[in-house]
Write a new protein. Structure first.
Lengths: 113, 113
């Protein structure tokens, strides 16, 4: 079945690294996404990875994928107060006839000065 | 600038009323989606449309209706049959079924008074 799980809350100090974790259960090939949602706003796509990749890096963001454990993580280096937001993990199993995103519950990241 | 626009940002509905949420995109995307977000939960798919004059039910379509008469517009009506409509509603559009280029609007917060 389709299910995406995330922890609900993470608190870090400014300048530290943040690691947000996600697990997914679909066994087929899949695209995996990280979205950021600031208060009262829509979702911003941060990055995505296909399930045949192990890692993707984009400036301060590093995505790691453990296919065996179906575990996805998002590492934010040098976390800033502007990174405070809700981070959603999402997947689209392939093939997809709908383009429907399956979302986790979201992880609230709190960055303390 | 290209983008996806939702209006209004805040909407109040009396018991028994129907209300319509607007979603417009000028990205020339074929696919459009409506999601509902409740606190502490991920987004759930209400309806989606992959082409003009065609739309499909998502996971929680009961109490909602949509239309897709134009490529750029995908309005959502929350009917009186929706028993718990208070939520944050997000519209998204995409140029393909894998959503690698999915864009979200800024959302409409609907409150029943």
């Amino acid at each position: 079945g389709e299910d995406v799980e995330q922890s609900l809350f993470l608190s870090v100090r400014e300048g530290d690294s943040s690691v947000i974790n996600c697990t997914y259960t679909d066994s087929s090939s899949t695209y995996l996404y990280w979205y950021k949602q600031e208060p009262g706003a829509g979702l911003q796509l941060l990055t995505y990875i296909f399930s045949n990749m192990d890692m993707k890096q984009d400036q301060r963001l590093t995505v790691l994928l453990n296919k065996k454990d179906k575990h996805l993580s998002l590492r934010i280096a040098d976390t800033q107060t502007g990174d405070s937001a809700i981070y959603f993990c999402a997947e689209i199993p392939i093939p997809s006839n709908t383009g429907k995103l399956i979302f986790g519950q979201g992880t609230t990241l709190q960055v303390k000065p | 600038d290209g983008g996806i626009t939702q209006s209004p940002k805040y909407l109040f509905r009396k018991e028994g009323q129907n209300v319509t949420l607007s979603c417009e995109q000028n990205l020339n995307h074929d696919a459009m989606y409506w999601y509902r977000q409740d606190p502490g939960q991920g987004l759930r798919l209400i309806y989606y449309s992959q082409i003009v004059n065609d739309f499909q039910k998502g996971d929680i379509a009961e109490g909602y209706s949509v239309s897709r008469e134009k490529k750029e517009s995908f309005p959502l009506t929350v009917t009186s049959a929706q028993k718990n409509p208070t939520a944050f509603y997000l519209c998204a559009s995409s140029n393909d079924r894998v959503n690698t280029e999915a864009f979200f609007g800024q959302g409409t917060r609907l409150t029943v008074v």
